[in-house]
Design a protein around this ligand. Sequence first.
Ligand SMILES: Nc1ncnc2c1ncn2[C@@H]1O[C@H](COP(=O)(O)OP(=O)(O)OP(=O)(O)O)[C@@H](O)[C@H]1O
Ligand SMILES: [Mg+2]
Length: 269
Amino acid sequence: MALVEVKNLSFYYPNGYQAVDDVSFTIEAGENIAIVGQNGAGKTTTVKMLNGLTKPSSGDVLINGESTKNYTTAQMARRVGYVFQNPDDQIFNATVYKEIEYGLKKMKVDMGECERRIKDAAELTGMTKYLETNPYDLPLSMRKFVTIASVIASNCDVMIFDEPTAGQDLDGLKILSDLNRVLTQRGKAIVTITHDMEFVADNYDRVIVMCQKKVIADGRTKDVFFQKEIMEKAMLKQPALVRIAMEAGMQEKTLDVKKLASYIRQNSR
Ligand SMILES: Nc1ncnc2c1ncn2[C@@H]1O[C@H](COP(=O)(O)OP(=O)(O)OP(=O)(O)O)[C@@H](O)[C@H]1O
Ligand SMILES: [Mg+2]
């Protein structure tokens, strides 16, 4: 049984606009998945239905085989954590420490465990030296890490990060890449929405492509990124590595720079 089963989800906003149309996919424990697609494709609306923030107009989300309709909000908060696209929709405490602690207190996590989880989440997100800082004294890119730390501390089975790569420099991207790896090693399922295809190529095993409210591809990242028609349809730029490999006539699909370089060296002699 899949950890999360998304079944035929559709969603209409109150103004009648349909943002999601018959979306289905599954998520297994320990999976590292990127969701990509152009602005307005329906990515945020879809993932908000995974943690119950938004109720589907039709379709269902099952967690461990049980419909989320049967879960209370508190039960959902323990299973699926969502990091908002805009951190300012989420942050309201006066220090980074209090912000991370807030959800844990609501979950009635005992003090010792609370401290342990806050320390761990702060280390993973590079927030250790800012624990006593007011989140609003940090730049937006770092406020994003405050919200990521809150979700990591909640220790949910599934963690959804909505556009964590936006505005990050190389340091920020490295922190994201490392925490993704550590969390999946711990058996967490990580779902990341991003517009950074290079980051996806380097960090995600699987990619789900959304286009005009629907999922149009779902598979191994290299298989999806080498499908020019899919990428064009979704208005996504293939990573440079993929474009060069295709131009060079490489048969094997690879996202490994060293493999591509060695192919080009061998074939240019
Ligand atoms: N509250 C709302 N009422 C009406 N339409 C909305 C509302 N929120 C979003 N939409 C519309 O629903 C569509 C999907 O929005 P959504 O935020 O899910 O897209 P997205 O793929 O996350 O895009 P982005 O990459 O820009 O974050 C968009 O056309 C958006 O304008
Ligand atoms: Mg979005």
